[in-house]
Design a protein around this ligand. Sequence first.
Ligand SMILES: Cc1cc2nc3c(=O)[nH]c(=O)nc-3n(C[C@H](O)[C@H](O)[C@H](O)COP(=O)(O)OP(=O)(O)OC[C@H]3O[C@@H](n4cnc5c(N)ncnc54)[C@H](O)[C@@H]3O)c2cc1C
Length: 528
Amino acid sequence: METHEVFNQSPDFADINFYSTDRALQSAIIANDGNADGLEAFGALAGRADTLELGRLANEFVPQLKLFDSKGNRLDRVDFHPSYHQIMAISTGHNLHNGSHTGVGNVNRAAIHYLATQMEASHCCPTTMTNAAIPVIKQSAEISDKWLEKLSNKKYDSGFCPIEQKTAATIGMGMTEKQGGTDVRANTTRAEPVGGDEFVLTGHKWFMSAPMSDAFLVLAQAPGGLTCFFLPRFLPDGQRNRIFIQQLKDKMGNRANASCEVEFEKAHAWLIGEQGRGVATIIEMVTYTRLDCAVASAGLMRSAIAQAIFHTRHRTVFQKKLIDQPLMQTVLGDMALDLEAGVALGFRLARSFDLQDHDETEALFARFMTPVIKYLVCKSLPKIANEAMECLGGNGYVEESPMARLYREAPLNAIWEGSGNVMCLDFLRAVAKDRDGFFSLLDSLQLDNASTSAITDMLGQQKDLEAGSRSIVELLGHATAARLLQQTAPGFIGDAYTESRLNGRFANTYGHINHSHASKLIERTLPG
Ligand SMILES: Cc1cc2nc3c(=O)[nH]c(=O)nc-3n(C[C@H](O)[C@H](O)[C@H](O)COP(=O)(O)OP(=O)(O)OC[C@H]3O[C@@H](n4cnc5c(N)ncnc54)[C@H](O)[C@@H]3O)c2cc1C
């Protein structure tokens, strides 16, 4: 129909190099001794129109559960759209599912993760779990012998068959049950010994993502208490293990990734670590997944802000581009400030993971700051997704816009792998366990005097310590971000962050920073 001409709409946000246009990321790579080799090429691939289309398709044509075949035999199989497998192959081809342990390093892998999540966020669930499971699997020589090689290459093999027939594998995890997710000690799944390290599990998991993983790390109650087990989809004799998917969760976002409710009926599993030490055994996995939650949230913040800036550069309202309108500039610049903080914190945390085995201060940083950074960065994303959507006006609110998908994804990183309150309590627990260690870290962080005193005072109060722990964690997170930005970013960024996030001008919505800082922040954040 030729009723009108379409004009004053922004072009598609595509064919943009997600790395070379991202100065915050480049600063973080330099500041944390990362290696930029390969990131330019991956950034170009991640931002290509055809790659982004794969992400759209994988979320549009969501995984389908096939419980039975036409003869009534159980299948317990989930079928994915081919685009999902293509995305998985791209990311595994860049070691996203193992880079922390295969020489890539945590900073460089974090960069791939940050970029991959902008390409498509849901598939980062299985890649994160696989990367995080590797140190736990290494605790068993027997399982390592059989599995590590296939977890450590750059391949992707979606085959639903025994590990012996596959070139590569992925790992999931099952901890959450109906009666408790945070409180895993309430798990009721039982583990009965059948000889050696082998047990049979009977019970359920209420959330178990990536159910087509080749094996899962699960917690179950053994005679010696809550214990970590390795639960493969196929048994050594080639039979399917007795893992029965009940249904797939109908999730509001993260739709390309399947998450299921599952029951185990005498499913065979192998002990990892000691009986009764399940939480201690699996905690290393959870620490890696928390780092990934923070980095992915920063990646999605970048995506949201880049799309908002891109749109406002092209859209004219009242005879003037939106990006040239002072109030829009303050809003965009203020959002970019949280992005700068998220990137600085996430990559600094990744560096501490790289150095923690040989450097005591870095080990303290990793221990105390993981919950703080997971909390703060993941909490920032939904606010940014909301504001970025609004920058697109009505176009942001329709399903054809990538912003709708991003908005539905945004709250998830704060929920799983330890929700917000749980992170604050985890921080308090860590301080209670090693107070001297925390104050030694606080000293080394060289935060501004007012924040250091306030944190020290708040931790000194016994009354209402738990009730007020969000205040402590948020202050510590903001003060650390301010310090990092002062050290690693152009001066106006540290100034703007300190003025707004530490000195009381932040109003919990965006659009309150100094206008000249905002203009410079937009200039730095332009997506090409
Ligand atoms: C899409 C998706 C995929 C998932 N995939 C997996 C998976 O693969 N494997 C898996 O094991 N789990 C998975 N989960 C589960 C997820 O990890 C849990 O939902 C999460 O840990 C919270 O547990 P819960 O749902 O039981 O909530 P609860 O433990 O009931 O917590 C509810 C709320 O109470 C707060 N809270 C808890 N304790 C306290 C306290 N002492 N003081 C104050 N507040 C408190 C929490 O912060 C939270 O906000 C998935 C969840 C989602 C949404």
